[in-house]
Design a protein around this ligand. Sequence first.
Ligand SMILES: C[S@@+](CC[C@H](N)C(=O)[O-])C[C@H]1O[C@@H](n2cnc3c(N)ncnc32)[C@H](O)[C@@H]1O
Length: 838
Amino acid sequence: MAFTSVNKKKIAKPTSSFKKQKHEITKNPSFKKQKKESFNKKEKVVVSDPSSSEDEEEEDVGPDSDDSGSDISLDEGENPFGDDFLDGSDDDDEGKSLSSDDEDSDSDSDDDELDIEEESRKIDEKRAREQKDAEAELQLNIKEESDEFHLPTEEEIGAEALQPPDLSNLQRRIKEIVRILSNFKTLRQEGVTRKDYVEQLKRDLSSYYGYNEFLIGVLVEMFPVVELLELIESYEKPRPICLRTNTLKSRRRDLAEVLINRGVNCDPLSKWSKVGLVVYDSQVPIGATPEYMAGYYMLQSASSFLPVMALAPQEKERVVDMAAAPGGKTTYIAALMKNSGIIYANEMKEPRLKSLTANLQRMGVTNTIVCNYDGKEVQGSPHTNSFGMAFSEHQLVAGTPMRHSGFGPPISHGSVLFNSGYVDPFLPNIETFSLRQNREIQCTFVTSWCIIPFLPKVLGQNTVDRVLLDAPCSGTGVISKDESVKASKSFDDIQNSAFLQKQLILAAIDMVDANSKSGGYIVYSTCSIMIPENEAVIDYALKKRDVQLVPCGLDFGRPGFTRFREHRFHPSLEKTRRFYPHVHNMDGFFVAKLKKKSNTKPTTTPSEPAETVEHAPVPEGSRSNITQDEGMSQQSEAPSSPEKENDLIQAMKTMVKNGNSKPSETFEGTPPPNVRGKNRNEEGEFELSEPYSLERSNGSINSLKKMLKKQKSKASQETSEPSGTVVPAPALDSNKRKRNKAFGNSQPHKVNKGRGKANFLMKKSLRENGQMKYRSMPEKKWTNRKFPSREENGHMKNQSMPEKKWTKRKFPSREDISKSREEKRKVLSKKRTHEGAQ
Ligand SMILES: C[S@@+](CC[C@H](N)C(=O)[O-])C[C@H]1O[C@@H](n2cnc3c(N)ncnc32)[C@H](O)[C@@H]1O
C-alpha cells in the first residue's frame, strides 16, 4: 500500500500551472541530467544496501499517513523508485515533473500541493469504485454464462414437440450447446453430462436443418461440435460453379477471354488446377454458350477434378473408368491422355449412357470405348437386389419394343424392357407382376436367365494400366446440391453402398496389371464423407488384395481417418484425402490411390483381419440375431475363381428352381437403380435412392414374395436348430452393433463354418423380418432463419476457392496476378514494419 500511495501521488493529474512547469522542466537538459543521476544513485543504493532508508521511507507512507511523509520523500528527491514507476507514460512524465519540480524549486505554493493531493484522492476513490464495479460485473458475467442456459426438461421437450418448431429458440439453443460443449469443464450445467448436451444438440440440429437422426448422429461423431456446425452451415450454401477447360480443344486463358467477352465473370479456379475456372456470375446460361456446345469446356464441380488428377493417366495407356456416366471424369482423362491409348468408359445404367456418349462426342474424345456392364466381378452376393431390374414407368407400357441387353434368348413381345439389362440370375419365371398401383403388366418374362455381363469378365484380369472407380455412393458430400440426402439416407443405404463399393474395388484392382510399365494404379473416389464408404472400403481392399496406398499427389485435403471411435484402419490410410465444403469450399469428397504390387490374390486365413468383411445389408430389426462373422464369412466365401463363381451360381439356381429360396432378402430397403433420376445432379455425381418396398407393388409379385417367405421361414425352422451354428452375439449396444456392421469390423463370435443353404435361408428369413428403424426427418425447408455465415464468423480460413464476387473485368494474366500479389505482399510487410516500429 505504501508503494501505491507514493505512486498515486506521482501519477496525480497536475494542475495547469503544473503542466506548464512540467513542459519547461522536461525541456530543460539539466533536468534530464538530474534524472539520470538520480537513477544511478538509486542503483547504487539498492546494490550497496537493500535495506536502506528508502524502504523505511516507503513504509512511512501509509495509506492513511499524513501527506507530509511522502512530501518529504518527494521533495527531497530521495525516492529511488520514482523513476522506475514514472518512466514510460504521459502520466509518468507528469509525475516525474512533479517530483523534479519539487526538487528544482521549493517555492511552489502549498495550495498547489493541496490541489494535487485532492486530485489524487479523487482519482483513488474513482479507481476503487471502478474496480469494484468491474469485479461485480465480472462475477455477474460468470454467473450469467453458467446459469443463463438450461437444457430443456423432458416436459419442455414434449411441449415443443407439439408445436411447430420455434426456429429462433432452436438456433439459440444450438449455439449455446455448441458453446458449452466447446468449453465443457467451465460452462457445463451442474449435473448435466456431455451426452445430455450432445443428444439435445442432435435433436435440435435435426429439427433446424432437416437431417434425419441417423445422419446427424454420424456427423456428430465425426466432427467436433464447432466444426460440425460449420460443415452443416456450409451444406446450406451452394458451392461455386466451376468449369474445366477441354485442353483437347482450347486453352484456359483463351476460353476465359471468350467467356468474359460474353459476360461471364470468371477466374482461374485455384492454384492446384491449370484447367479450372470458377464462375461467379454470368449474363448468359453457362451451360448453353456456343463454347459449351462446341466442347470447349465441361461444367464440373471442383472436387471432381481431383480423382482424375490423382489417377494421372499417361498417354497411350489402357485406362478404365468403371462408373463413368455422365463422363465428367472420362473426358478429363481423355484430355490428359491427349486422346491417345484407350479408355473403357463403363456405365451400368443404360439411360445414363446417353449423357456419357453425348459428352464424349461434344468434347471431341476419340480414344474411348463406351461399355454397358456391371462393374462388379460376380453377381456373387445374394444380398444385392435380387430383382435388381431397373424400371422406369414409360418402359412398362404394353407394346414397348423390346430389347434384350443381356445373354439368353430374345425376349418375346409383350415382355418388359430392362433398361440396364440387369436381371438377377436367380430370378424364377414370373408370369405377371406390377410395379405400381393400377399398372398391371403382362409379362412373358425371362424363360432363361438373363444376366448382364460383368466388366472384369469382358476386359479380363490384369489387363489395364489404370482404373478409376468413381463409385456410386450415398452422396453425403453433396448435400448442398441435393438437400433430400439429409433426410433420406439411412444406415442401410450407407451399408448397401459400402457393400457394392467393396465389390467394385476388388473388381477394379483385379483388372489392373501390376506389371504395367507406366501404371498399375487404381484411384477410388466418392462424393460421400461417410467412413464406411471410404476408409473402410480401402482398408478392406488392402486386406483382400496385394495393393498399397500411395500419395494422391494432391497437396491439399485432409488425411483420411486411420481410426474412428473403436475402429482401426491401416495406418497408410492417412495417405487418402478428404475434402470438405467448410474447409476447402468444394463438395465433400474422398480420394484414395492404390498401387497394385502383384497380380496374386492373397488367400486370407481366418485369423487375419482381412476376414472382417462387412456382411450383407440386413434390415435393422433382425441384426441382433446375426453375428458379424456370419455376414463376414459370407463375403469371405465369395468365390474368388471363375469355377467357384459358377459353382455358387449353379447352386443358387438349383435352390431357386427347387423353390427353396429366393435370394431377395434385401428387396425391401434396396434402392432400385435409377428410379429417381430427377435427383441426379448434372454430372450424376450422386444417386438417390428411396427404400423400394414390395409394399408399393401389388399383384402376383406379392404372392410370390409371400410364397417364398413361407418357404424360407419353413426352411429356417428346420435348420436354425442345434447344429449350433449361430452363436448369439454378445450384448453390444445397438449403436455399436450398427457401427461395427457398417465398418465391417469383426466381432469375436464363433460362426458356423459348415454353413450352407440352411444357414443362408435362415439368415435371410431373419433379415426379412426386420424393419427400417431410422425415422426420416421432414424434408421441409426452413426459411426465415439466419445463422451467422462463416464469413461473418471469420471462419473462412483455409478455403481453396474464393467466394468473392468479382466485377466484370479483364481476365488477368499470370504475370498480372503475380505482380499484384507481390504488391500486396509489399504493402502488407510495410504495414507490419510500420506497426512494429510504433
Ligand atoms: C458417381 S457416379 C459417376 C460419375 C462419373 N464418374 C462422372 O464423373 O461423371 C456413379 C455411377 O456409377 C454407376 N453405377 C452404379 N452401379 C454400378 C455398377 N455396379 N457398375 C458400374 N457402374 C455402376 C451409376 O449409374 C453412376 O452413373
